[in-house]
Design a protein around this ligand. Sequence first.
Ligand SMILES: C[S@@+](CC[C@H](N)C(=O)[O-])C[C@H]1O[C@@H](n2cnc3c(N)ncnc32)[C@H](O)[C@@H]1O
Length: 340
Amino acid sequence: MTGQAQPEAGVAGEEALRLHQLMTSYLASKALFSALELGVFDALEAGPLTAEAVAKRLGLEARPSRILLLALLGERLVDRIDGQYRNSPSASLFLVSKSPRYIGKLAVHQDAHFAKMTELTRALRENKPVHNQPAYTGQYGGAQPWARAWVEAFRASSALMAEQLAAHSDLDGRKYLVDLGCGACSYSIALAQAYPDLRITAIDQPAVAEVASEYVAEAGLSDRITVRGGNIFEERFEDFDVALLSHVIQGFDRERAERLISHVHDWLPAGGELLMHTHLPESATVPFPYLFGLILLINSTQGGEAHDLASTQLWLENVGFRNMTITPVSPMSALFRATK
Ligand SMILES: C[S@@+](CC[C@H](N)C(=O)[O-])C[C@H]1O[C@@H](n2cnc3c(N)ncnc32)[C@H](O)[C@@H]1O
């Protein structure tokens, strides 16, 4: 026999099971998206209900209610005791819309990607985004009816990483930070909370900045974080000693990513620091950093992808950054720190 050695029978069974799970795991994502859209977790938060009672609350027939609740039970998002369903502790914490730690907006965003993923093979063949609904082009300026939904999704997803980023940033003694492509300003907010002497300017496309400034005001930090529209490829911030690029370079092709890093190096003062936070496959302990390039492929008109460690290091060195360190910040992200 040619080719690679065959696995033992038991191992082969485990691998077949793993592949079966992989081929069917889209069902779990979509069940969760629909459950959030229908309001299942909100309905169950008041107390345990039978599938029939959930159906009544949500205006469904009994059969789809039973089917959906069983799917959620399999994913341990609900528990079932004596025929009644209740939220699991994690559903209560993260999936009930009134919870301060609600991350359901991320599901809305991923559900929009899900609709486009049916065209993934074509996108892979043609190296083109899928345009079957309003596109997140990533292009600066222009009409952005998607801005609020987008920013809400960034806020939900950065909740998993912002505090860890602040804990790994070591900004004692630094005075002025500019958050380039700030999104929801979650990182600016976490850094301002961790470093009381730090003043921050947060820049994004005008429509995004408008939503983010509401979040900054909600956090009571409008006096220390200025949020405004601006083009990060063009603006210069010579009075600032730290620049943050969080999940930004991945949105651009290699040439533009290096150009952005070079532009930041150009305006940073000597001794200034670049913090670059990114989904880095090489340091990830969960699959998402390997997968999210697919989202960029179907959405982005800017040629984004998951840039690898070697290319990113090379760009930083090429443009003149020194003393580079790379630290895992969360299971799905890492922080490059480098000085000019
Ligand atoms: C993936 S989001 C990351 C947001 C945030 N930094 C985070 O980590 O959650 C990338 C952000 O960069 C912004 N962006 C892209 N190109 C830009 C440009 N030329 N000028 C300003 N902002 C830009 C986008 O609007 C978007 O909010």
